[in-house]
Design a protein around this ligand. Structure first.
Ligand code: MG
Ligand code: MG
Length: 284
């Protein structure tokens, strides 16, 4: 899909500019996470995110992207990604995946989280946790990787065959466009991928299924669902490789469990994450 020669390596100053977009995305996702509950429609969630993004003077990345009609992708239960917000009412026990992108001064941020509504099922909670763990395993691998393929290998290693890994949709480079080279696979291949060097900015975003990873697209032309109707989860985070290590592009958390994308932040700073810290977060 992407040629290796077209990777857009960013300067540290450009990464700092990307931070602004990442912060807006994190704040929008935090607002949605705080609000999501049974009885709301997926459009209600979209409205919350849009208010945060527009209120910050930013632009939703997704709206109008190849004709996508909304600010968020909200994907429920067997929906994997690219669910279109609408009149669907969130029900007790639903597994809700929320993906958000925003643009600030031409620079993009992109992140996603999944959450289970009460009363939660243990299997759904485990699926969401495994998806987050897989994302952090990939990010941890990136911190010391010489080739980008190490990210996919780490994601697959983290999943350890317990869940399906959706292969048709992958992570990506990000910067002056939401989707740029290189692709960031969520599985191991013989292709070691491009070299990892400072300035590489990518969204790492595994999508796991509680069963077969086969998917299809609904008639709306967007919504990706599991063909088995088994549930799916998605986690995504944007990170930058810089000379001093790996940086997360989002606000610093005051506290809270590691690995939760879009948690409410404290001071808005670009947070360096060296491998040692990543390892502790992930158990890798
Ligand atoms: Mg996304
Ligand atoms: Mg993405």
């Amino acid at each position: 899909m992407f040629g290796r020669e077209r990777i857009e390596y960013k300067t540290p100053d450009q990464v700092r500019r990307m931070r602004a977009a990442g912060i807006v995305v994190a704040e929008a996702l935090a607002a949605v996470r705080a609000a999501v509950r049974p009885g709301l429609t997926t459009t209600d969630l979209d409205d919350i995110a849009a208010a945060v993004i527009l209120g910050a003077g930013a632009t939703p990345s997704f709206k109008g992207y190849h004709g996508f009609p909304a600010t968020l992708c909200v994907s429920v239960n067997a929906e994997v990604v690219h669910g279109i917000p609408g009149s669907r009412v969130i029900e007790p026990g639903d597994l809700v995946s929320v993906d958000c992108g925003a643009i600030v001064d031409g620079w993009h941020g992109d992140a996603a989280f999944s959450v289970v509504m009460d009363p939660v099922s243990d299997s759904d909670v485990r699926l969401v946790a495994a998806t987050e763990d897989a994302m952090w395993a990939g990010i941890a691998a990136l911190a010391s990787a010489s080739r980008l393929g190490e990210v996919g290998a780490a994601v697959e290693g983290s999943v350890a065959g317990r869940y399906g890994i959706v292969e048709g949709y992958v992570g990506h480079g990000i910067g002056t466009a939401m989707h740029q080279p290189p692709e960031v696979l969520n599985y191991r291949t013989r292709d070691r991928g491009p070299k990892v060097r400072p300035g590489l900015c990518v969204a790492v975003e595994p999508m796991l299924t509680d069963g077969s990873a086969d998917t299809m697209v609904l008639d709306d032309g967007w919504t990706v669902v599991t063909t088995s109707s088994r549930r799916a989860a998605h986690a995504e985070h944007t990170v930058a490789v810089l000379p001093g290590g790996l940086w997360e592009i989002r606000p610093r958390r005051r506290s809270g469990r590691a690995g939760r994308a879009g948690r409410p932040g404290g001071r808005a700073v670009l947070t360096p994450r060296r491998r040692s810290r990543i390892s502790r977060r992930t158990g890798a």
